[in-house]
Design a binder for this molecule. Structure first.
Ligand SMILES: C[S@@+](CC[C@H](N)C(=O)[O-])C[C@H]1O[C@@H](n2cnc3c(N)ncnc32)[C@H](O)[C@@H]1O
Length: 450
């Protein structure tokens, strides 16, 4: 099992990456892509199935891009996730490593997400058998993109990722749109009405639903909103967006709140986090709590430290650790996330945080450090691309006592750690599983100044 959840095979000294198999399967492969140094292939015939396999529980497994590791038992998934972290730190990081803390598995391995986003399409995905049968099928779909296909949507019957009433809401919106002849969007021709449905189920019980449509049809929207409000009185934030752009992103559009409040709250240790329609919040809230607790523990705060929380998003980690620190500085690219971060401090009476919006390599400047002082502790949680080299250089120059590096991409984390190893030792490694049934793994590394 190697990167991106693919398996590795060899033939004539050539490396072949294969998706949709398990280590130990004996299969015939068809080569789908040839590169100079490797090949990619798909299985065409299974001779023997691996002992690591289990029966996938979802009818959409194999077609849907969502939970590609359902055919492997959860303990085995955890084993491979931990191994992925180790391989990256050894091969890319090339630094001396302590013994790893065992990966923190997720208690919930199904229904663990608090946010799902479904797309409407008038060109649903059909299987080869369906096409060959010559029968007519309903081509309207509400579900997920087929991996690698921007124009094909898999109509989802039941999704195991988000708790109730997520499935019921999706099915009801689909049924209503069909019954009322609201056309599902055609992404190629850019015509239709129903575009996208977002459901957010917070751990406080609050529930947000956002319907995205292509054009302004006030009467139809009013009727749809009213229907949802009556059918699901538990919705605490019912919203819609009119989006006539070529794509589904709506960060630059007005989101209209039809019923309830324009936001919901997540909660951790009594700290409330306000989550608006455009806000980012970790999608596995229970595991986010475990991740943050471990991050705080490794930061080893006594209440006297100045902490910089880099890539702070909506200030979640910054606010979570604020009580145990003297002062926390949070930095993040997205201005609306920084607005959320400030609100999250206010509503929790946290007064020792300061937030800045902008590109990390510009904001983390000598001037900022002169203003706030040299941090004893830096917590950094960059996007998948890792930290910009200038940011790493700045950290080496500022030289905090401890850096707690949280990452969703062990490869870029390992690269950055190699750079940081000039002045830091890796003293703890704690992988965390935020996304059961997928190959994704989160990892926390504690770096201690040499
Ligand atoms: C993995 S998220 C971390 C979120 C946050 N720590 C949390 O747990 O909710 C990475 C964050 O980095 C921000 N980001 C990406 N590139 C950035 C940059 N160049 N400068 C500052 N922030 C950036 C993203 O907007 C995103 O909020």
């Amino acid at each position: 099992m190697v990167a991106e959840g693919k398996c590795l095979a060899r033939h004539d000294n050539m490396v072949i990456f294969v998706a949709g198999v398990a280590p130990g399967d004996v299969v015939d492969l068809r080569i789908t892509r040839k590169k100079k140094s490797f090949l990619e292939a798909e299985p065409v015939h299974f001779h023997e199935l691996s002992e690591l396999r289990v029966q996938p529980f979802c009818e959409h497994f194999g077609t849907c891009g969502g939970c590609k590791w359902q055919h492997i038992g959860y303990d085995t998934q955890l084993y491979f996730k931990q191994k992925q972290v180790k391989d990256n730190l050894e091969r890319i990081g090339k630094v001396p490593l302590p013994e790893f803390d065992p990966i923190l598995g997720s208690e919930k391995t199904r229904y663990y997400r608090n946010k799902l986003e479904y797309t409407f399409s008038n060109t649903s995905w059909l299987t080869k058998e369906q096409i060959q049968s010559g029968q007519e099928f309903d081509r309207d779909a509400l579900g997920f993109h087929i991996p690698g296909r921007f124009d094909k949507i898999l109509d989802i019957k039941h999704c195991y990722l988000q708790p109730d009433p997520s499935n019921a809401i999706r099915l009801e919106v689909r049924k209503y749109a069909k019954e009322h002849n609201l056309p599902f969007f055609d992404i190629v021709k850019q015509v239709g009405y129903m575009r996208n449905l977002i459901i957010r189920t917070a751990n406080t019980g609050e529930l947000m639903v956002i319907v995205q449509v292509y054009e302004d049809r006030p009467e139809e929207m009013q009727a749809l909103m009213e229907h949802l409000a009556v059918t699901f009185p538990e919705i605490t934030s019912l919203q819609y967006v009119v989006n006539a752009k070529g794509n589904e992103t709506f960060h630059d559009l007005e989101v209209i709140c039809y019923k309830g409040l324009p936001y919901i709250h997540e909660e951790m240790e009594g700290i409330k986090f306000r989550v608006g329609p455009k806000s980012f919040y970790q999608t596995n809230a229970d595991q986010a709590y475990e991740l943050y607790k471990r991050t705080r523990e490794l930061a080893n705060l006594t209440g006297n430290e100045l902490v910089y929380d880099l890539y702070t998003g909506a200030g979640t980690i910054a606010n979570f650790v604020a009580k145990q620190a003297r002062e926390v500085i949070g930095i993040e690219y997205v201005p609306s996330a920084i607005e959320d971060a400030k609100i999250n401090s206010q509503i929790n009476n946290i007064t020792n945080t300061t937030f800045y919006a902008g590109d990390m390599k510009d904001i983390l400047s000598d001037e900022l450090i002169a203003r706030h002082g040299r941090p004893e502790v830096v917590i950094t949680d960059p996007p998948r691309a890792g930290m910009h080299e200038d940011v790493v250089q700045k950290l080496l120059q500022v030289h905090p006592n401890r850096i707690v590096y949280v990452s969703c991409n062990p490869a870029t984390q390992a690269r950055d750690i190699e750079w940081l190893s000039e002045k830091y030792d890796v003293t703890r490694v704690q992988p965390v599983d935020m996304f059961p049934q997928t190959h994704h793994v989160e990892n926390i590394v504690l770096l201690t100044a040499k």
